[in-house]
Design a protein around this ligand. Structure first.
Ligand code: UD1
Ligand code: UDP
Length: 365
């Protein structure tokens, strides 16, 4: 009896990697399905290669890029791919359209659903991720909450499934692969133009699909008191081009724009930066990893990762240039003291998840 594991975007490949390794370690049969939501090599396959993951058994190719059609198309194609697989359990991770499509498909096919990284809530209804994660959690049978806070969110909403606190699998990923970072560090840093820099990422739809926010973001980069290294997400690049802002961003002399980076390359940039400005979810977690430990200014109005704020790693500063630049100055002039421990777990999340999965499979045999 096999387990279905679904991936489709950059962060899911990274965060599912240790779970896949653990399934392999226990010789649990699994079918790996890639939905093709992320399709460029540097947003997808590079991670399968770097993290030494198996070739997916099924690779979907999508025609639709708009959300509703994309979710619908994924469901139709997933149903076809899964029907004959005789699987009783599907594992999904996170809150993307891929995960909503997979979760709903599992529900309709009567396959039990395990949601990794359950219970995150930003309470910001502008975010597609907030729609997705709420719906997924309410159709999941097993909810693997990374922290006590996420567990509490789930209990407050009276979800139907069983809730387990496991830690976040991204910490496991870091534990498994961080040595690689040290191996390639000097090679990666050779290409970086600045000794000291802020690392920036910015891709959330509620930010980059809004012309005013993008203008403000460019203003922040222009006025940044620190040089900036910025691996740009394809969504943001496209929006900047559509809004006619591409040349403006390219003209900033203290900014080094990079294509999306491989995982180890990106971790080198995180490890060596002075601070991080981001709207990414994963970065808020990785910044708390003891071998990275970086302060983060979250360029959003909310976060579904309050643990990073409570433990002093992150501040949610919005996207207004005046506020962000003031926070940046403040951070540069204060003594930053960060905890030695991550609030997102101890690197054993995937072991806990797979042991629960194994116990379920044994009962169903
Ligand atoms: C998606 C997730 C977001 C996650 C992010 C991780 C949803 C609703 N959003 O956002 O939660 O943080 O992935 O990076 O699922 N594109 C390319 N090449 C690619 C992938 C995307 O050019 O390989 C461009 C396309 O123009 C595409 C756009 O980016 O239409 C947006 O891609 P999409 O997967 O819909 O959303 P993301 O912004 O990547
Ligand atoms: N990441 C990467 N290369 C990059 C930017 C990010 O490998 O150029 C990694 C990062 O370390 C993290 C994940 O991708 O593990 C985060 O992805 P993203 O910010 O796109 O999605 P989110 O976490 O916001 O859903």
């Amino acid at each position: 009896m096999s387990v279905i594991v679904v991936i489709g975007t950059r962060p899911e490949i990274i965060k599912m990697a240790p779970v896949i390794k653990e399934l392999e370690r226990h010789s649990i049969d699994f079918v790996l399905i890639h939905t093709g939501q992320h399709y460029d090599y540097e947003m997808s396959y590079i991670f399968l290669q770097e993290l030494k993951l198996p070739e997916p058994d099924v690779n979907l190719i999508l025609d639709n890029r708009k959300s509703a059609a994309q979710i619908g198309e994924m469901m139709i194609k997933l149903e076809k791919a899964i029907e004959d697989k005789k699987s009783k359990l599907m594992l999904i991770q996170g809150d993307t359209n891929t995960m909503l499509a997979a979760g709903l498909t599992a529900l309709k096919l009567g396959i039990k659903l395990g949601h990794i990284e359950a219970g995150l809530r930003s309470y910001d209804w502008r975010m597609p991720e907030e729609h997705n994660r709420r719906m997924i959690d309410h159709v999941s049978d097993y909810l693997f909450a990374p922290t006590e806070i996420s567990k509490r969110n789930l209990l407050e909403e009276h979800v139907w499934g069983e809730v387990y606190v496991t830690g976040n699998t991204v910490i496991d990923t870091l534990e498994i692969y961080f040595d690689k970072v040290e191996e390639i560090e000097s090679q990666v840093l050779e290409k970086i133009q600045f000794e000291e820099y802020a690392l920036v990422t910015f891709h959330r739809s509620e930010n980059v699909d809004n012309l005013q926010v993008l203008r403000d973001f460019i203003r922040i980069l222009q006025k940044s008191p620190l040089p900036v290294v910025y691996p740009i997400h394809p969504r943001t690049r496209k929006r900047l081009q559509e809004f006619g802002l591409w040349n403006e961003i390219k003209r900033i002399s203290h900014l080094q724009l990079l294509p999306p980076q491989g995982y180890f390359e990106f971790l080198v940039l995180m490890k060596n930066c002075k601070l991080i400005l981001t709207d990414s979810g994963g970065l808020q977690e990785e910044a708390t990893y003891p071998k990275i430990r970086k302060p983060v200014l979250v360029l959003r109005m909310s976060t579904e990762r309050p643990e990073a704020v409570i433990h002093g790693f992150a501040r949610v500063v919005g996207v207004s240039p005046v506020v962000v630049l003031a926070e940046l100055e403040k951070l540069l002039h204060e003594e930053v003291r960060l905890p030695n421990k991550s609030p997102f777990g101890d690197g054993k999340a995937s072991k806990k998840i797979v042991s629960i999965v194994k116990s379920k499979l044994e009962v169903w045999k």
